[in-house]
Design a protein around this ligand. Structure first.
Ligand SMILES: [Zn+2]
Length: 454
């Protein structure tokens, strides 16, 4: 088997691997490059012929793993896309939203470029391409090997990262290769714990937080509580930039608990993201796949993602109306502040000394979120300079990615497998590699385009 990383090598986004077994070609993930100034260009083409790909195996529904599937269809791919059923249901909303965002960006850019006598780049794909690519999905259960030929099979296992997420085990002629996808943290309340991988020969393992230890979940809930109480007492607002998938549902879940326990004021909360609202509905349909703590809540007749004082605001008018209110909490996307409704809430709150901005997720290089987290005193939003005077909280314990300790523990279970680190910036991958080498593991940091053979 030959495996070639096509993205997420020395970086976090653009996850995709070409897997070749004899004459057959497969992909693991087909993700979008995000954040990087060159990602617009990198997203436009593939280094292989999409018509030659027999099957895509999708680990989960985050855009940096599934975001180029409609482009793959557009460029001629007509094979199958295997994923869990929940991943397919989440991906349909995520991909339709991505097509809509691209169309809106294109119209905005066109107007600007026209004035400069230039042309804007067209969207990567249309809603139609999304719908055609969705028709190629086939749902697969966890823990049930899928035969691809007489000597090759693939198994999806629980990776505990988001609803429906999986790591993959490829088995061919007695050899095993594992792709971690994104790995979650054990002992969370919304998604189940990740399964441990089997002993194998080669493992491609994510390293997003390979250089860090997360604070505990309890400490993070305490920080969230502190931020909410501080802003309420100061008379300001709380804005929480959040990924639509998983983080928004996590925040709702822990906020619901804090409010039920009367640890925070009962002020209005808005989930101001049409995508998050749709994905939260998908979560409601898959309660049986979620963590036992969450199911226990449901058996007590409680709704884990709704509570008194919470309002879903799908329309633009509802969203605008939030800015007229005070002492509120608003959860909105995008999670790294690169677009979406959070920009309006940042514009209205960043300059206020009595407001709090609470980051609960990973902030990639070059993003507005990263600039704020790194201490920028002034940022530009919609071309307008905005002073950063709000209190900035960075709470990493809600992360859907395992930290160094979790990753080392998970990798230990692969026995003596050679480790190829993916899905991490240089420092994270290097730091995790150093720890692994100290335990005499053979480890490399993935290089894009290099062929790894087993
Ligand atoms: Zn992910």
């Amino acid at each position: 088997m030959k495996i070639t990383p096509l993205g997420a090598a020395g970086e976090v986004t653009g996850s995709s691997f070409l897997v070749e077994s004899g004459e057959k070609k497969f992909l693991v993930d087909c993700g979008l490059f995000q954040g990087d100034p060159e990602s617009e260009e990198r997203n436009r083409s593939f280094s292989f012929d999409p018509r030659e790909i027999e099957t895509v195996f999708l680990t989960h529904a985050h855009l940096d793993h599934c975001g180029r599937l409609p482009l793959l269809f557009k460029k001629g791919f007509r094979g199958k896309i295997y994923s869990t059923k929940a991943t397919r249901d989440l991906a349909q909303f995520i991909l339709l939203d991505a097509a809509k965002v691209q169309e809106e960006d294109f119209l905005r850019q066109s107007r600007k470029k026209k004035r400069a006598g230039e042309e804007a780049l067209p969207p990567l794909y249309s809603e139609g391409d999304v719908l055609f690519s969705l028709a190629l999905f086939s749902s697969v259960p966890y823990n049930s090997p899928i035969p691809l030929s007489s000597n090759l099979k693939v198994t999806f296992r629980q990776s505990g990262h988001v609803l429906g997420s999986a790591f993959l085990i490829f088995e061919e002629k007695g050899k095993r290769v594992v792709f971690s996808g994104d790995l979650g943290n054990p002992h969370r309340n919304v998604v189940p714990d990740p399964d441990l991988p089997p002993e194998c020969d080669l493992v491609f393992c994510e390293s997003t937080y390979g250089d860090r230890s997360h604070k505990t979940l309890e400490e993070s809930i305490e920080e969230l509580k502190e931020a909410i109480n501080w802003a309420y007492n100061a008379g300001g607002n709380v804005a929480i930039p959040s990924f639509a998938l998983e983080r928004a549902q996590d925040v709702l879940y822990y906020l619901r608990n804090l409010r039920e326990e009367k640890q925070v004021p009962q002020n209005p909360v808005f989930l101001d993201s049409p995508l998050s609202i749709n994905l939260t509905e998908v979560y409601q349909h898959y309660i049986e796949e979620l963590d036992e703590e969450l199911r226990a809540l449901i058996s007590q007749g409680k709704d884990p993602f709704h509570f008194p004082g919470l309002e879903f605001t799908p329309t633009v008018e509802q969203s605008r109306a939030i800015n007229q209110k005070n002492r509120i909490i608003v959860i909105a996307g995008s999670g790294m502040c690169q677009g979406g409704r959070i920009l309006h809430h940042l514009k209205h709150n960043l300059w206020r000394e009595d407001s709090a901005i609470v980051f609960v997720g990973y902030q990639a290089r070059y993003t507005l979120g990263r600039a704020i987290v790194d201490g920028a005193k002034k940022v530009h939003i919609f071309g307008e300079p905005i002073a950063v005077k709000a209190r900035i909280y960075t709470i990493n314990g809600f992360s859907a990615h395992g930290d160094q300790r979790v990753l080392l523990g998970w990798l230990k279970s692969t026995g003596r497998a050679e480790v190829i680190l993916i899905h991490g910036e240089e420092n994270s991958a290097f730091s995790l590699a150093t720890e692994l080498k100290a335990t005499n593991r053979s480890v490399k940091i993935a290089e894009q385009g290099r062929v790894y053979e087993i």
